[in-house]
Design a protein around this ligand. Sequence first.
Ligand SMILES: CC(=O)SCCNC(=O)CCNC(=O)[C@H](O)C(C)(C)COP(=O)(O)OP(=O)(O)OC[C@H]1O[C@@H](n2cnc3c(N)ncnc32)[C@H](O)[C@@H]1OP(=O)(O)O
Ligand SMILES: O=CC(=O)O
Ligand SMILES: [Mg+2]
Length: 729
Amino acid sequence: MANEYVLVGTLKIVKILLNFVNQEVLPDLNINEDAFWSGAESIITELSPENRRLLNIRDCLQAQIDEWHRTHPGKYRDITEYKQFLYDIGYLSPRYNDENIQINTNNVDDEIAIQAAPQLVVPLMNARFTLNAANARWGSLYDALYGTDVISEDDGCERTNKYNKKRGEKVIAFTQKFLDQSIPLMNNASHADVIKYDIENGELKITLRDKNTTQLQYPNQFIGYQGEADRLNSILFVHHGLHIEIQIDLPGIKDILIESALTTIIDCEDSVAAVDAYDKVQVYRNWLGLMKGNLEAQFVKGKETIIRKLNPDRIYTSKTGNELRLPGRSLLFIRHVGHLLYTDAILNNDNQEIPEGILDALITTLIALHDINDKRKERIQNSRKDSIYIVKPKQHGPEEVAFTSNLFCRIEDLLKLPRYTLKIGIMDEERRTTVNLSACIREVKDRLVFINTGFLDRTGDEIHTSMEAGPFVPKSQMKESKWLNAYEKNNVEIGLKCGLSGKAQIGKGMWAMPDMMASMLQQKIKHLQAGATCSWVPSPTAATLHALHYHQIDVSNRHTELNSLSLLSNDYLDDLLTIPILNTTLTNEEIQHELDNNIQSILGYVVRWIDQGIGCSKVPDIDDIGLMEDRATLRISSQLMANWLRHGIITKQQVIETLQRMAKIVDRQNANDTEYQPMASNFDQNIAFQAALELILDGHKQPNGYTEPILHRRRCEVKSLQQQNIISH
Ligand SMILES: CC(=O)SCCNC(=O)CCNC(=O)[C@H](O)C(C)(C)COP(=O)(O)OP(=O)(O)OC[C@H]1O[C@@H](n2cnc3c(N)ncnc32)[C@H](O)[C@@H]1OP(=O)(O)O
Ligand SMILES: O=CC(=O)O
Ligand SMILES: [Mg+2]
């Protein structure tokens, strides 16, 4: 269906977007339609050329780097010379004394500034998931343990749908240990031996099985309750700044509710497939529902029809008998698209598409006014500090960050918001940002609320930037590489040096194995040991389990330790610039294994993206482990295959043969999905299959190795055929 445009000033705006803004967003905001669109027009017209200029700089730098590697084979190993070259072309910015760059961000909600906790990410196109994520502030520890591999299935403890008492007992034993560690009782008594919790004179009285009474080792941990003092429904505790609620159903504990995803990133970017104005309006409408507090999703689960809404705040009686109100929902960030994308939702005076990042900033901020303008206490509120939290992904270096900050200033002026209302989280996920991180922070020191290692995109950019240097190590070896370890450390240490502790988040990346929770519980604690104040999880259940780590480690103490170590005087630049080029010869089997694995992931993800518009999927790898795949993981797989092709490790014929063989496997894996269109019946005509092929064969030509241009174009082709009923929806 062709876009129907309406001329507004010099802009042509797709009618569906214009109507959405004028009829659903602007009413109640006290902003005049003409004033908004004329301000938007100025911003779009004046800032679009700068967006283009910055993209040209990316291309220009990349061309120079490619040329240098081609004309200086192997020279990248001489770090001094390589570094000098990068300074000469302006890829490396002048160095700053990091301690002189101190962030000064005000009006930041505690969930970001002070409380260390899991961070959830969710695709905004999916209202059902989005509501679930916003409500994932609180999670049932019993459910998280019972439903995952954290509790083993040995000895009759299988995860059965009907309650398995033996498994339940293991769950209870696990939680009692957690309670004893987090809310210890006097004299080493155990919560396992408690038969009653009461309130007496505002203090908690705990009766043990042997009829003795005891108290908390730290009485201030008890802060409130629900129910009557002698007949409690729940008791509220705090530990390391996070709340724990023991729910009581006499004679025992019914459940343990713990604060889980304190913050959530509502994603317009790599986990969504939004390719046109219709998709964008769907995304923006869901954000509007979140900001107004009235988003709903109706769906059938099992035999039940469920209407999911945002949870209200949680109300308790404090020790002194007053109302104690805690947020019922996660504090929400919105992740915009990066500078690369352009959208036909609005065309400029020259009939050119406009930068989609500018549109995201304008519309999502306008929508967020519904949150910060409405002061009713009882309402579903996001920021209690009147801030709007934006994650800006995929920025390359300080100039691009400065551009975003300028855009935010312009929008604040247009919407008459106090300066620095719009806060920014910088994804440290492109190489030119990593190697100039403090210079990037400097550009937004008054609005920065997080830095985060998006190691997935960052790995894709690592490969693409040095595409011409040689063949890269296989994906599994990337974890051990020098640059990656330096990158993780550099991010935390620069964050601490620039004063983020207590003011902003220092975040770590996604746990991409959504079903492997036992392994997550073992490994993700490392992020806190490294000094992270939050770390990404793929689901609410993962958030509840990862929250346990924040009860084991007090991150603010860890910051004090790290600050006192001479660690912070490290300079990681040389290690960051160490390119992970393969230095052994792989056997044919090893090569084929890597091919199979990458191509299965690529196809498994791409087919759902292109045919069904699903931006984030769980796709089995070659060992049948379900992996979270999004555009960033696709960037890695496609760039690695493109790199191996470029350097003759694999041939075009091998790529095609593997794609065809793997397509049959992916078709089988999706056999139960009624919406699924098999690829193997006609490789030449199947658009998803062709997209996967193109991502590899033309991978070396994609701007910074991004997958968006091919994915968007191919998805638009499918949508167009679906609209003409040439292929099924
Ligand atoms: C590199 C990066 O940029 S990472 C950031 C982008 N990645 C993400 O945003 C990951 C988001 N996560 C997801 O989309 C999903 O968890 C997947 C695709 C990884 C796995 O999805 P599925 O296989 O369908 O999940 P699964 O079947 O195990 O669970 C589905 C249930 O969990 C919930 N759920 C799963 N993930 C999420 C989430 N991120 N937020 C909220 N709820 C979620 C669903 O609402 C659903 O519950 P419901 O039936 O009550 O609605
Ligand atoms: O956005 C996150 C990443 O790892 O990329
Ligand atoms: Mg990313």
